[in-house]
Design a protein around this ligand. Sequence first.
Ligand SMILES: *Cc1c(COP(=O)(O)O)cnc(C)c1O
Length: 344
Amino acid sequence: MHFASDNSGPVHAEVLAALTEANQGYQMAYGADTLMNEVRDQIRGIFEAPGAAVYLVATGTAANSLALATLSQPWETVFCSPVAHIHEDECNAPEFYTGAKLTLVPGGDKMTPEALRQSIEGEETRGVHGPQRGPVSITQVTERGTVYSLAELQALCGVAKEYGLPVHMDGARFANALAALNCSPAEMTWKAGVDAVSFGGTKNGLLGVEAVVFFDETKAWEFELRRKRGAHLFSKHRYLSAQMAAYLRDDLWLRSARQANANCARLADGLRVAGAAFLHEPQANIVFASFPRHQHKRLHEAGAVYHLWGDSLDGANEDEMLACRLVCDWSIGTDQIDRFLTLL
Ligand SMILES: *Cc1c(COP(=O)(O)O)cnc(C)c1O
């Protein structure tokens, strides 16, 4: 009953097998391996973007930071939600790589077009003295387990385009969002106005690979230089390519995400029946729920693993509602979810 995060889960057997298979003989280094050609073709096909520039890095923080650095200048500001991973969970790596600052768009997990417009309007009002407007970064699935609809994405990108600003998508859980919306990758990105995407793999069953995709190929060379300068160009790159190739083959990435989302829906339904309150509408593979302390205690004693959200298990009031975050990864079984719900 492990719901701490989707990166505490195991790696797909297919991915490990692909690594063993790739571990034969020689391959050119630094991304010139033949598997990378397969990955590039696959991603271009999946995104219906034949000219897209495709790169691999090992962490989501590197993907976001290097993508944003390529889309911005050091005197600019990146617009994002106050709960954005790039703001809360990357130890200022985005600021380090971009040299820019982040401007938090007031609101919650999802930015609204009105709030974004207001934040953008608030910048570039002080001439040379203030930050200049820079990229907008959108997280899909959001850090609170919600998913922007296509209309919401189009509206946000529309505001960015009005001001001539590029849009980055943090897709650490890209596959889960796609499975939730049941749309095409192109619709969720460039057709809506997204310029670059961090396409996650680690949270969905890889050892550690994320792709960065630019729909504007003129960014390609700059990204390559930044990746190398930022110490994220892997020399034995074929082992990154092999993971991503296995992920994309036979829709493993989508099958895994659909399974995680379906199991999360099962968990959310059970929580609802048990009377839990939701802090956010669970739309992908993450639930934020609150229920009484005595239930948390029973689950913890039985071995359930998950994070309480700003609350503590210690406390005298057994009926106090404590918030928690429950994440379903691709490998969680319905048996574990049902056991959790029975205990609850
Ligand atoms: C996990 C996650 C990342 C990537 O984090 P790394 O630990 O750097 O791989 C990026 N964005 C979001 C929203 C995430 O949840």
